[in-house]
Every structure is written in structure tokens, then in C-alpha cells.
Design a protein around this ligand. Structure first.
Ligand SMILES: Cc1ncc(C[n+]2csc(CCOP(=O)(O)OP(=O)(O)O)c2C)c(N)n1
Ligand SMILES: [Mg+2]
Length: 374
């Protein structure tokens, strides 16, 4: 993909394919016969859709970053470097039937489930035409199978356990999937939800997205010995995946979904990845001071999009021009959606002092701030 000196982390700006890493990428896929079989069965359309999904996620994030720089919004929570986790997970589900509950860093889940990009931008603008009707920048759409996240991390775990229980009781062959940050593993809700999912053997997948950091607290500061043994501890089926290898995540999630759908119980899928930016756009410099440069370098060389491009070209005979064409299409899609969201805000914006009373998101006929304070 085109590298972007304004928005890419420096490691991505100077990214070059490392032959050894590309070979390791392929070897990882070949090393497990079940995963290799799933990948062999993928047609070109699916392989390229996954590529498009990765790009959409990253370029959506960069469009938000552009808005922050221009002062349109004050900050944004991005998934740079972690795109392969969300995209690989959701793409492997039955997106017509299954349910996902993303965290704010999993915006790509909303794309993959078919929520229009414009609505996600509108969510950040807080306009009444956003999926949350302007009340929250966290957005979801149950009609698309996306549960709107709430700010409190970990709370979606018991929700997904409950969804899984409902599916099973109704005899529906559906699966619920949510993500747990390494930091969120320290919450009571995660413990309660995982335990109940294990005891009740519900059709749910919990993706432990270990990006090595929780806000400004490193994994070593909040966790003694990694997450080995966690699945067993909760009576869950345990799987692992390389979070920067979208095909590995995809194949692992397919196996997890098969397991859950077959009534064999819930799955804990642990994926290792790295947050290439800050917790949000406001603390990027601080995040750079939190970890040694060598760690950024290690993960930067494993850019999930760069690696996947090379894999597609070298092992799936995809032409580079084809990838560039997909990229151009997605860049246009993002720009147009962002523009439409801004135009919509301009059309709804109350004038002058009225804004104070109507509420900035009110536009028309929604109780404003003054009404809510009364
Ligand atoms: C229950 C709860 N405690 C604290 C917070 C504040 N908070 C928001 S994100 C975050 C860190 C989450 O880290 P992690 O779970 O690893 O997810 P990541 O941000 O790395 O994706 C914290 C502490 C919160 N939102 N909810
Ligand atoms: Mg984390």
C-alpha cells in the first residue's frame, strides 16, 4: 500500500519486505494441517476481500487522524498495527447470522459486518444521524449483528456469554464473538463472563487481543506470566494465532466457530499483536516513550498489511496492480463517506446560541442540553 509520512508510524513509512518474515508468514500457515486446509479452500475473492478489509480499517483510522489534526474532533481510538486481528476474526464468521461485540479499537468489525462507513464517521461527530443517534461515539447496529460497545472494558464478555446462551436455548446455530484487551483481563466482568461461558458451554468466541499494553501500562506491569493456561482455567477450548497474520487469525477463527457451533463449548482465542500508536491520538508521543524503540521496530517490520501484500503476490500470484486498484477504490470510499458525514453535520448544526440550548448534536427535535439539565 502507499505509505503515508503524515499518518503512518515511522516503521511503516520505511517498510520493506523482509524475505525471512514473508517465509515465516507462509510457514506459520502451513504448520497446522487444519488451518492449511481452510486457507487452501479460500477463493481469490475472499483473499482479496480480506485485503480490502485491512485497508479499509487502516484508512478509516487515518481519516479520523486527519480530522484530529484539523480540529474536527478532539481524539480518536485507532487500531493501527492490529487490523489483522479484527478483520481475520469477523471475516471467518457467518456474518449473516453471527453476532459481534467490538471494543472501540475494533472498528473494522463494524465494516466487516456491513455497517456503512458514513455512520461510523457520524458517530465521532455526534450527529443525530449516527447509529447511536448522537448519544455516544461507540456505535453498533443490531440489525447488522453488531452490539454497540460501551466504554467500560470487559463488560461485553458476559453479554456475549448471554447471547451464546440464548442462541443455544433457541437451537440457533449462531455464535457470539467479542474481544478482550490484555488490560481488560483484569476486570471482574471478564472473569465472570468467561467462567459462566465455560460452565454453560455456550457457543461464544472470546478473542484475547494481547497488544502488550493497556493505556500506558505495559503487559509486564499488569501480568506475571502471559496467558498460557487461561483457557484451561476457565474450561474453554484454547487456540492461539499470530495477530499480525490475517490468514492465521482467519483460519483459527473458523476452527473456533466450528467448535462452538457444533455445541462443543466456548473458545478462548489468544492473539499476539502490538499497538503501533498511542491509546488514542492524544498520547502517541507518550506511547513511544513507554516501550524501547527496538520493540516498535520488531512489530513495525511485521506490518500486517505489508506482510499480507507480499504473501498474496509471492504465494497467491496476485498482481501488484490489482492490489493498487483495490486500494484506490477503498481510499475513495473512505473520503466520500467522511465528506458526507461532515456535510450532514453542517446541515444539522444549530446556529449560534441555539447550539448551547439545542445541544450540539441536536439538529432537530432532540432534547438539548438545557432540557437534560433541568
Ligand atoms: C472497567 C474500566 N476500567 C477502566 C477503563 C479506562 N480504560 C479505557 S481503555 C483502558 C485500557 C484497556 O486496555 P486493554 O484492555 O489492553 O485494551 P487496548 O486499549 O489495549 O486495546 C482503560 C484502563 C474503562 N474504560 N473501563
Ligand atoms: Mg491492550
Amino acid at each position: 500500500m502507499q505509505r503515508n509520512a503524515t499518518f503512518d508510524p515511522p516503521e511503516y513509512v520505511r517498510w520493506e519486505a523482509d524475505p525471512q518474515l514473508i517465509a515465516e508468514y507462509r510457514d506459520r500457515l502451513d504448520s497446522d494441517p487444519d488451518r492449511a486446509a481452510i486457507i487452501r479452500d479460500m477463493d481469490e475473492r475472499t483473499l482479496l476481500d480480506l485485503y480490502g478489509g485491512l485497508l479499509r480499517f487502516r484508512l478509516h483510522d487515518y481519516a479520523l487522524k486527519r480530522w484530529v489534526r484539523r480540529g474536527v474532533i478532539s481524539k480518536a481510538w485507532l487500531g493501527t498495527g492490529e487490523e489483522a486481528v479484527t478483520v481475520g476474526n469477523v471475516h471467518a464468521l457467518d456474518r449473516e447470522r453471527d453476532i459481534v461485540a467490538p471494543m472501540i479499537r475494533n472498528a473494522g468489525a463494524c465494516h466487516e459486518m456491513g455497517m456503512p462507513l458514513e455512520g461510523l464517521f457520524a458517530g465521532y461527530l455526534g450527529t443525530t444521524d449516527s447509529p447511536s443517534r448522537g448519544f455516544d461515539l461507540h456505535v453498533g447496529d443490531l440489525a447488522k449483528g453488531v452490539i454497540q460497545p460501551i466504554s467500560h472494558v470487559g463488560e461485553m464478555v458476559p453479554v456475549c456469554t448471554g447471547m451464546g446462551l440464548a442462541f443455544r436455548r433457541r437451537g440457533e446455530p449462531r455464535v457470539a464473538l467479542t474481544w478482550i484487551g490484555d488490560g481488560a483481563t483484569k476486570t471482574t466482568a471478564v472473569h465472570e463472563g468467561l467462567n459462566l461461558a465455560g460452565v454453560l458451554r455456550v457457543p461464544a468466541i472470546f478473542v484475547l487481543q494481547n497488544n502488550q499494553v493497556a493505556l500506558g501500562t505495559t503487559l509486564e506491569q499488569h501480568q506475571l506470566d502471559g496467558f498460557d493456561g487461561w483457557a484451561e482455567m476457565y474450561g474453554l477450548h484454547g487456540l492461539g494465532a499470530d495477530g499480525n497474520n490475517v490468514l492465521d487469525v482467519y483460519a483459527a477463527t473458523r476452527l473456533a466457530a466450528n467448535h462452538a457451533r457444533a455445541g462443543q463449548g466456548a473458545v478462548l482465542l489468544i492473539v499476539e499483536t502490538f499497538r503501533m500508536g498511542g491509546h488514542a491520538t492524544h498520547d502517541e508521543a507518550e506511547a513511544r516513550r513507554t516501550f524501547p524503540p527496538a520493540l516498535f521496530d520488531h512489530w513495525g517490520r511485521r506490518d500486517p498489511i505489508g506482510l499480507y501484500e507480499e504473501y498474496l503476490v509471492q504465494y497467491q500470484d496476485v498482481e501488484r496492480d490489482r492490489l493498487a486498484e483495490i486500494e484506490r477504490g477503498i481510499a475513495t470510499e473512505i473520503d466520500e463517506a467522511a465528506d458526507r458525514a461532515l456535510e450532514s453535520r453542517a446541515a444539522r448544526m444549530p446556529e449560534g446560541r441555539e447550539a448551547e440550548w439545542a445541544g450540539i448534536s441536536a439538529g432537530v427535535r432532540q432534547p438539548g442540553l438545557a432540557a437534560r439539565l433541568r
